[in-house]
Write a protein that binds this ligand. Structure first.
Ligand SMILES: Cc1ncc(COP(=O)(O)O)c(C=O)c1O
Length: 402
């Protein structure tokens, strides 16, 4: 719950852009932060090891969806985790090029921004982006880029990557990494079919391309598994993590197969990265996730998804409801047949929900994003559904849709 300066109370289904995984100021996380803050605030893990960081590295090695021994690099944000992944992939393979996906969001520093292809405004005025990045279509199954149907889909959206990019634009043996979100976040909370990740993983392996799975938004229990990769059996070479990992304290992690992360001392570093207070918060967060919150995300997420599908049956503005766990997107359309994007209506639904005490965000051009803290109860999910019902109804009435 969030209370503003006027005493208005809101049910928070935004979680500071999918960050407050354990809710706001969970007592166990706060206690871990206070305890660490009393001992010391900073030492720079670049030069001196401290126990909290080592313990977190061990924890990462145990939980990330990477085979074999794992090493982690600690930064302060998602974008830094992606920067480190880009640098590591180039360093290790000696290859210059990168592949990312249309609609993706990987951050705003120049390297990560060059992968990001979500909204032009995020790139406008900052060009040229770093050279050597190729973008392929993502599996947006509601608007399949190749006109396939889910029943017969063989991830033909990847034909463009395999038959055009790799044939006409870049030789795959010069590609260092394919960077992919297992579920696309900022791009609209798009859930690809199993075939997409199977084919992508096979393609990467076939050409010796490192698979970088960006779990910044989809990781840390949000989808009802610790990592969204687990829904697909994805085994990455490098995984990027941030947002929910430390319940709101800044922390970014680049985890990689140990054999890949063998860069020499001094090759890459961060002064503040993995600071002890953030690491302590992360260790407490992971304990809570394992104890009950990953499971809660799965159970309450399924309940919320079911409730949203019931709303879709009554609200013509809802074109598609999709998600896993508590990572849920609701795509709004003016007409279900033409799928015309209800962009301004989406913004108004967010506003109407806000007025009624529910915090949600947008994702992509016309989807609502529900990314609540993983402590959400079924009763709170029902409150959110009730408010959304009213908010969508109000917008439909004013748009002449109801
Ligand atoms: C998948 C993904 N990667 C990277 C980032 C960048 O994270 P940050 O804003 O912490 O730099 C985001 C942020 O939304 C994200 O969703």
């Amino acid at each position: 719950m969030v209370e503003d300066v006027d005493g208005n109370r809101f049910l928070d289904c935004a979680a500071g852009i999918a960050v407050n995984s354990t809710g706001h100021s969970h007592p166990a996380v706060v206690a871990a932060i206070v305890e660490q803050a009393r001992r010391f605030l900073h030492k720079s893990g670049t030069d001196f090891y401290y126990e909290t960081q080592v313990r977190l590295a061990e924890e990462m090695a145990a939980i990330v969806p990477i085979d074999g021994p794992v090493r982690s690099f600690f930064g302060n944000s998602g974008t830094e985790a992606v920067e480190a992944a880009i640098k590591l992939a180039r360093y290790k393979t000696g290859r210059p090029f990168l592949v990312a996906f249309l609609g993706s969001f990987h951050g705003r520093t120049l390297g990560a921004l060059s992968l990001t292809a979500s909204k032009a405004v995020q790139r406008k005025g900052f060009g040229p982006p770093a050279p050597g990045v190729f973008h392929a279509p993502y599996a947006d199954c509601y608007r399949c880029p190749v006109g396939q149907r889910p029943e017969s889909c063989a991830a033909e959206c990847l034909d463009f990557l395999e038959d055009q990019i790799f044939v006409q634009l870049v030789s795959p043996d010069e590609v260092a990494a394919i960077v992919v979100e297992p579920i696309q976040g900022e791009g609209g909370y798009l859930v690809p079919p199993q075939q997409f990740h199977d084919r992508l993983q096979a393609l990467a392996r076939r050409h010796g391309i490192l698979l970088v799975v960006d779990e910044v938004q989809s990781g840390m229990g949000r989808t009802g598994k610790m990592f969204a990769s687990e829904h697909y059996g994805l085994r990455a070479d490098i995984v990027t993590i941030a947002k929910g990992v430390a319940s709101g304290l800044p922390l970014g992690i680049t985890a990689a197969r140990a054999e890949i992360m063998d860069w020499s001392p001094g090759a890459h570093a961060s002064t503040f990265g993995g600071n002890p207070v953030s690491c302590a918060a992360a260790l407490a967060t992971i304990e809570l996730l394992k104890a009950s919150l990953v499971e809660n995300a799965a159970v309450v997420g399924a309940h919320l998804l079911e409730g949203l599908r019931a709303l879709a049956a009554r609200h013509p503005l809802i074109g598609d409801v999709r998600g896993k766990g508590l990572m849920i997107g609701v795509e709004l359309v003016r007409d279900r047949r033409t799928k015309e994007r209800a962009t301004s209506e989406r913004d108004r639904v967010i506003d109407e929900a806000f007025r009624r005490g529910l915090l949600i965000l947008g994702a992509g051009r016309n989807a609502l994003r529900l990314s609540p803290p993983l402590v959400l109860t079924k009763a709170q999910a029902d409150t959110a559904l009730g408010i959304l019902d009213e908010a969508i109804g109000a917008v439909e009435r004013s748009a002449g849709l109801a």
